[in-house]
Every structure is written in structure tokens, then in C-alpha cells.
Design a binder for this molecule. Structure first.
Ligand code: PLP
Length: 568
């Protein structure tokens, strides 16, 4: 495996003599043809070593990984989160589903931070009681939280998100900033700094942290320095004029990354140099880097499906577009595109690279020169570790690409297979929010313990349930309707009985679908999805609709099964 995806030394030498690109990037070391052959396209390729080196640079600023809270919204990929969780990072979450994902990755509650402009208060209460961090930024929500928490003490930490009037913002102007200036004066986020004192004096709840997030793709360090100064001044005033003791300052995320050769962004180290001299010993500083932590660690591999020209304009239509790259096609982020030989496509010319969707805006590179680019060629779209998968969609029936993880030694592992439309991803089987920390840890049950928690009815008695089919109808090819009636000693139809009925019906419809009048072959199904609208009563007739779908024979279906068995 190791050698298979790394270009041979010889090939490297050859490219050095060609017009080699001015910078070198990790993905230029990969043998993209071999990767595409093994894993197909489109494919996310994530470099573990790059994530770890970005993380180290943030750790150099903050002292410890535990003060780095990765924002789940940036790239909700369990495999990458596990890398960060192993390093001791926390997670910045905006919903219960993001919290579930962070917990599955192994983040302890004390390192979960929950912020939403539309918070779920019961989730906030649970988190605070379990020792998590909750960020609030509205008067109505703090009042409601106070009422729900009552006088019961909690072990978690409350943060107030503030919106300061900053003089510095973006240095250069770009289209995407209308979507990314979270810290602008009139944005919906944060409590205006001038309202902080009355807010804190009016609440009985103890606030121990302040939070600020200036925006995304920030291109200068001054905006971070200035917001840090504002937080420090606010703390001095708070300590002088309120009973709150602020110990934690969360500086949010926001450091941008270059996405094209001419972009100028400070490095993580430069950001650190600008901030560290200002840090004060009485505070613990936290950050939520998204783009700067993940962005350059993932590239998206795509293939040219169609080459055509319309009235002299050349097009390369590739196999991924606005389904994953809305940030490029709608929000206006620049996208460089590399050929498989590691050279970059020019950014001027009469040709364009477009995604596969039936949407005229699905254009990834509006002006380029496609001479030499043929159908079947591989192209690589770097800097797509942030805000791609998380805002992916199913427009035109496209589904999420697989993710391959590589690292410095080029060892590889498929972290995710491509999404299967007949199988909702793992997240569907996630547990509801865990109350107890101990639920996170493995536990081995004795046979007796299992016996004690099993349902006697489902275990022993449901075998006595009987059922019958009525009005069995073939509505269309692969679509059947029928009624079922169950005779059961309990008032409802139990799940094992439902599964028996469906399996039985599935055999019948498969036999009919094959054009047979009798069951004289064995029938094998690989997957069934059951949806029940409500609790179903026994001794009544219920409608059952059954749809047969052909088996999906994707190139990596074997791997998918292996992943599901081991990965869940
Ligand atoms: C989006 C967001 C981040 C991450 O921002 P980046 O620009 O990707 O670093 C961090 N914190 C909060 C509150 C956010 O909304």
C-alpha cells in the first residue's frame, strides 16, 4: 500500500525538470492515478500529518491542546475528530447532533462548548450540570436558563459571547466576506459590549468566561489583537463593577488560509506572536480554529467526465461541484485546481471548469485554459478541509464522497466510504444525548446483567405472535402494498414481529418480482430500512408498503461493509 500511492522517485525527478510550481504541497507527493484507481472519484484526501502540524502551531500559542476547541461545523468527520480527541482537544458544538459526534470522537463533557444563536435550553442545562461549557449571548436566553437551572449548583462554565466594536476587520476585500464577517457590528452574534455590564449585573448565574469570534478567513492579526484588548478591558470593568469572576477567554476562530498563490494570510505562528505578548497570567485562553486547523489538510480529487466546447468556450465538467463546494460556487471562495502532475491550471483564459450539477452557477474555475485537459483526467482541488462536507447537499441526487486519510509516511486508510443513498450515514444510529460520562466508556456485561435488562416479552413471548397478510397488491414493478393483522398477547406489535413480517413480505415480493409463482429458490437480502409512523396496535389492520431496491454494486461496497462492522 505504502508504495502504491506515493509517486516513484523517478517520477518526482521528472517533474522537477518541468516547469515545477513555485510552492510545494503535500498532495503533490501522491500518486493520484493509483488513488483514483483504488478508491474512485470524487474523493476527499485528508492529511493527518498536516492536521497535527497545524494543531501543534496552535498549541504553541495556547500551551495545551485542551484549550483548542475544534468547531464541529467545519468538517463533521468522525475520523478527523478522533485524531484531535486523541490529542486532548475540545469541541465547539452548535447542536445536539454535533455534541453527539464530538462525544463519539471521545471528547469529555468538560471540553465540550455549546453555542447557538438559537440555543436548545434543555441541552444547555444538561451540559452545565454535566460540567460542559455553554456560551450565551442574549438576555432572554439567560433569563430562561436561570429559570430552568433554579438554585441547583452546576459544575459547568457559562461564557458570554460579546460583539465588540472593532476598528480592524478584513485587510483585503473579497466577495465571500458577506457570509463570513461574524463579528461585524450588526451581525446576529454576541451581546454588544456596551450591554455587558447591565447584562451581568442582572443575572444571578455566575459567568466565568467571555467569548468572541471575529469572523472567518480573517487576513490580518490586528483584528485578533484588538479583540483581545477589548476582552481584557471588559474583564477589568467586570471585575470592578460586578460579582462575576472571569477566568477563561475564548478567542473563537477566524484565521484564514491562502487558497490561491497571490493570497496573503498570516501564519498560525504569526498570529501567536501577535497575541502571546498580550496574554495575561490570570486568564486561560482558548481558541476555536476551523479553517486554519483543517482547511489545508484536505484536498478533493475529481475527474473530468465531459470535455466540450460551446461556441468556442471550452468546458471541463468534473464529478464534484456545488454538492460539496458551495463555498466556491455560491459564497465566492477562490479555488485553485491542480492537474494530476502537480501543476496548477491557469487562472485566465476562455475556458471554464464546472461541476456536474444542473445549475448554471456550478462553476469551480470560471477562467482558465484547458489545453491538454482530456476526458478522464484527474484534477485536484486543494484547501477543502473546511466548510465543504458540512454544507454538502444532495442536489441532483449527488452524495457525499468517501474520505481517504494519508499521513507523512503515506500510510492510508479509508475513513469514510461514499455515502450510500439507501443507507443513511452512521450518524442515524447515534445514541441520544448521553447523560453520564461513564456511558462513554466501554463496559463488558455479564450474562446475568444482560438477562436483567432484557425484555421478557421480546425475548420469549413474542414468538407466540401470529400475523396474516390481506389485499396483497403489486402496484408497480418493485412496489407492493398490503395490509397486515397481528394477533398478539400484548396490545401492540413488537419490533421483532415487525421485522419478521417485513422479512416474510420481502421474500414474497422478491419471488414475485423475479416472475416466479412459487418459492423454489432461496432469497437473500442485504439490507432493509423499516419506518414506522407510530406504535401499531395488534388485532387491527395496518397498511404495509414495500419497495424493492436493486443491490448497489459500488466499487467499494466490500469496504463499506467492512467499515460498518468495525467502524460503528
Ligand atoms: C465558525 C466558527 C469558528 C471557526 O471559524 P474559522 O474561521 O473556521 O476558524 C469558531 N468559533 C465560532 C463560534 C464559529 O462560529
Amino acid at each position: 500500500m505504502i508504495n502504491q500511492i506515493t509517486k516513484s522517485h523517478q517520477a518526482n525527478l521528472e517533474t522537477e525538470f518541468q516547469s515545477s510550481p513555485p510552492k510545494s504541497y503535500w498532495f503533490q507527493q501522491l500518486d493520484l492515478a493509483e488513488i483514483a484507481r483504488q478508491y474512485s472519484t470524487p474523493l476527499y484526501i485528508t492529511n493527518r500529518a498536516q492536521i497535527l502540524s497545524n494543531l501543534q502551531a496552535f498549541k504553541n500559542i495556547l500551551g495545551e491542546n485542551k484549550y483548542i476547541y475544534f468547531p464541529v461545523k467545519v468538517n463533521p468527520c468522525l475520523a478527523t475528530f478522533k485524531i484531535l480527541a486523541e490529542q486532548g482537544c475540545g469541541a465547539d458544538c452548535a447542536s445536539s447532533r454535533e455534541i453527539q459526534l464530538a462525544r463519539l470522537a471521545g471528547i469529555p463533557t468538560s471540553q465540550l462548548s455549546y453555542y447557538s444563536p438559537a440555543p436548545d435550553l434543555s441541552l444547555a442545562v444538561t451540559l452545565l450540570q454535566d460540567g460542559g461549557n455553554v456560551i450565551i449571548d442574549s438576555i432572554s436566553k439567560v433569563t430562561a436558563l436561570e429559570a430552568q437551572l433554579g438554585n441547583i449548583p452546576f459544575s459547568g462554565k457559562l461564557f458570554l459571547r460579546v460583539n465588540p466594536p472593532l476598528y480592524n476587520s478584513y485587510g483585503a476585500k473579497a466577495d465571500y466576506q458577506k457570509h463570513t464577517s461574524h463579528g461585524s457590528l450588526t451581525s446576529q452574534f454576541g451581546l454588544p459590549t456596551e450591554e455587558v455590564l447591565p447584562f451581568l449585573n442582572a443575572t444571578k448565574l455566575p459567568f466565568s468566561g467571555l467569548h468572541v469570534h471575529v469572523g472567518t478567513q480573517m487576513d490580518n492579526v490586528e483584528v485578533f489583537q484588538e479583540s483581545l484588548d477589548v476582552l481584557h478591558e471588559l474583564c477589568d470593568t467586570i471585575h470592578a463593577l460586578t460579582h462575576h469572576i472571569i477566568t477563561d477567554l475564548n478567542l473563537g476562530g477566524g484565521l484564514g488560509i491562502p487558497t490561491q498563490e497571490e493570497d496573503q494570510f498570516p501564519s498560525i505562528t504569526e498570529l501567536g506572536d501577535a497575541l502571546k505578548s498580550k496574554f495575561r497570567p490570570e486568564f486561560t485562553y482558548k481558541m476555536e480554529p476551523g479553517n486554519a486547523l483543517f482547511g489545508n489538510a484536505t484536498a478533493l480529487l475529481t475527474r473530468v467526465v465531459t470535455r466540450k466546447s460551446t461556441r468556442g468556450k471550452g468546458w471541463a465538467i468534473v464529478d464534484v461541484g456545488s454538492d460539496q463546494l458551495l463555498k466556491v460556487t455560491l459564497a465566492g471562495f477562490a479555488q485553485e485546481i491542480f492537474r494530476a502532475d502537480g501543476t496548477v491550471l491557469p487562472k485566465s483564459g476562455l475556458d471554464s471548469v464546472a461541476g456536474p450539477l444542473c445549475f448554471a452557477g456550478d462553476v469551480l474555475l470560471p477562467e482558465t485554459d484547458l489545453r491538454g485537459v482530456k476526458e478522464g483526467d484527474l484534477l485536484l482541488l486543494p484547501n477543502n478541509g473546511a466548510y465543504c462536507r458540512s454544507i454538502g447537499n444532495h442536489f441532483n441526487g449527488y452524495s457525499e464522497p468517501a474520505t481517504l486519510i494519508v499521513d507523512d509516511s503515506q500510510e492510508i486508510g479509508l475513513a469514510y466510504t461514499s455515502e450510500d443513498p439507501y443507507w443513511e450515514p452512521t450518524i442515524q444510529s447515534f445514541q441520544p444525548y448521553y447523560r453520564e460520562e461513564s456511558d462513554l466508556f466501554p463496559k463488558t456485561f455479564s450474562d446475568q446483567q444482560v438477562e436483567n435488562i432484557r425484555s421478557v416479552y421480546l425475548n420469549k413471548q413474542c414468538g407466540k405472535d401470529t400475523y396474516s397478510f390481506h389485499d396483497f397488491t403489486r402496484v408497480a414493478k418493485g412496489h407492493y402494498e398490503m395490509s397486515i393483522e397481528v394477533d398478539s398477547p400484548v396490545a401492540f406489535i413488537s419490533l421483532p414481529t415487525v421485522i419478521r413480517i417485513i422479512s416474510d413480505a420481502a421474500v414474497a415480493v422478491t419471488i414475485d418480482n423475479l416472475g416466479l409463482a412459487e418459492k423454489n429458490i432461496s432469497v437473500w437480502g442485504s439490507r432493509s430500512t423499516v419506518s414506522l409512523n407510530s406504535i401499531l396496535r395488534s388485532k387491527r389492520r395496518h397498511r404495509l408498503s414495500l419497495y424493492l431496491t436493486p443491490m448497489m454494486n459500488s466499487s467499494n461496497s466490500k469496504k463499506q461493509r467492512a467499515y460498518r462492522l468495525t467502524g460503528n
